[in-house]
Ligand binder design. Structure first.
Ligand code: KG4
Ligand code: ZN
Length: 359
């Protein structure tokens, strides 16, 4: 029997996205970014984002249908991000999905955005449950044991900034271009990671929680000291600061990943695996450190291709397809949830990043 054709919609942050999926085949995946709309404000402006989603969703859907060479009438179900994220954007997507569902008479499926990220390794690599997931992006940072489309155990997460946010702030403080991750990584290649001392936050405490805001403060202090002493920063100073900062993020994530792996292995998973997703997963020194930890602890290591690591609607369609197969269909009471933790039993994480609630 042919797998159902799922239309996925994503609008929880600053990407307006639509995708068509059949089984594990991504027929199309359209992502309309909004970076230029927010650039002058130094962060995502929720009202601007919501308006742009409302204006662009239908165009994204049309483009996704055209690229997949299917019609709206052929769609079997509509999956939409119903949270967590910026409320205006999530509402735009949910309203669009409800309209389509009512108009076409097709099932509506509300998807948790983080579940979309967390299930992507099943879409790309067919990973078997339960696997360990490290989600590291500009808005999120958490370790999850992924057990099924609806069962997640959060082992820990950031109590303040997300790592991508820290990379972006570092770039801003050093006058490097946004997004900060790639600029800092490039500068760090010519830097000496040992020249400046950066803290390794929360390593002295048990558990898998993380903190990144102190690194930004440390960077600010080192930068201001250099400026006070020499009247400015040389390129070498910038490179060395980037290298030291990146090494601190890499070390903290690698050490906490090792702890998370120890927790996960207590459950004797049949095919132990770690998957990493989110924009920061593009960072090569971080990837290398995680691969080493996996090799030492006997886990397979997976990182989906970048286009599916960052925000997209194919991941929402995929999580929607698993929910659909399990019979989890929503009705018109589906509501937008700005906060929606994957692990309902975990204590709420503190803080809220530039990209909305961390859940
Ligand atoms: O997943 P993503 O596209 O968006 C959300 O946060 O939802 O992640 C974007 C973040 C940005 O903060 C960016 O600076 C960071 O990922 N990033 C990187 C790299 N490429 C992107 N961070 C470190 N190293 C990179 N190479
Ligand atoms: Zn995301």
């Amino acid at each position: 029997m042919k797998s159902p054709l799922i239309l996925g919609l994503e609008s929880s942050c600053d990407d307006t996205a639509a995708a068509l999926l059949r089984g594990r085949a991504v027929l199309s995946s359209v992502v309309l970014g909004q970076a230029q709309l927010h650039a002058q404000f130094g962060g995502v402006v929720p009202e601007i984002a919501a308006r742009a989603h409302a204006e662009r969703l239908d165009g994204a859907i049309k483009q996704a249908l055209d690229e997949a060479d299917v019609t709206l009438g052929e769609v079997d179900a509509i999956a939409v991000t119903a949270g967590p994220g910026l409320i205006g954007g999530v509402l735009s997507g949910v309203m669009m999905a409800k309209g389509l569902s009512a108009g076409l008479g097709k099932p509506l499926i509300g998807v948790n955005h983080l579940a979309g990220h967390a299930l992507t390794p099943r879409l790309t690599d067919g990973l078997q449950y339960p696997y360990l997931m490290l989600l590291v992006s500009g808005g999120h940072c958490q370790f999850l044991i992924v057990r099924s489309v609806q069962e997640f155990t959060r082992l820990g997460g950031t109590i303040d900034d997300a790592p991508g946010e820290a990379f972006d702030k570092t770039a801003r403080l050093l006058g490097l271009p946004q997004p900060g991750g790639p600029s800092v990584e490039t500068a760090a290649k010519s830097g000496d990671e040992k020249r400046f001392r950066f803290p390794r936050p929360l390593l002295d405490r048990p558990g898998c929680d993380l903190s990144f805001s102190g690194l930004k403060t440390a960077l600010l202090r080192q930068r201001d000291q250099l400026i006070a002493e020499k009247g400015g920063l040389s390129v070498q100073d910038q490179n060395d600061l980037c290298a030291g900062f990146q090494a601190a993020i890499r070390d903290v994530l690698a050490k906490k990943t090792r702890r998370a792996i120890m927790e996960y292995l207590k459950e004797n998973p049949a095919e132990p695996a770690l998957a990493v997703a989110g924009g920061v997963a593009a960072n090569m020194p971080l990837r290398a450190a995680l691969e080493t930890v996996c090799a030492q602890t006997g886990l397979a290591f997976t990182a989906p291709p970048l286009a599916l690591c960052t925000d997209n609607a194919a991941m929402i369609a995929y999580a929607g397809s698993e929910l659909f197969d399990a019979g989890h269909i929503n009705d018109m009471t589906l509501s937008a949830r700005p906060r929606w933790p994957l692990d309902q039993n975990a204590a709420p994480l503190l803080g809220s990043g530039k990209k909305g609630a961390k859940a």
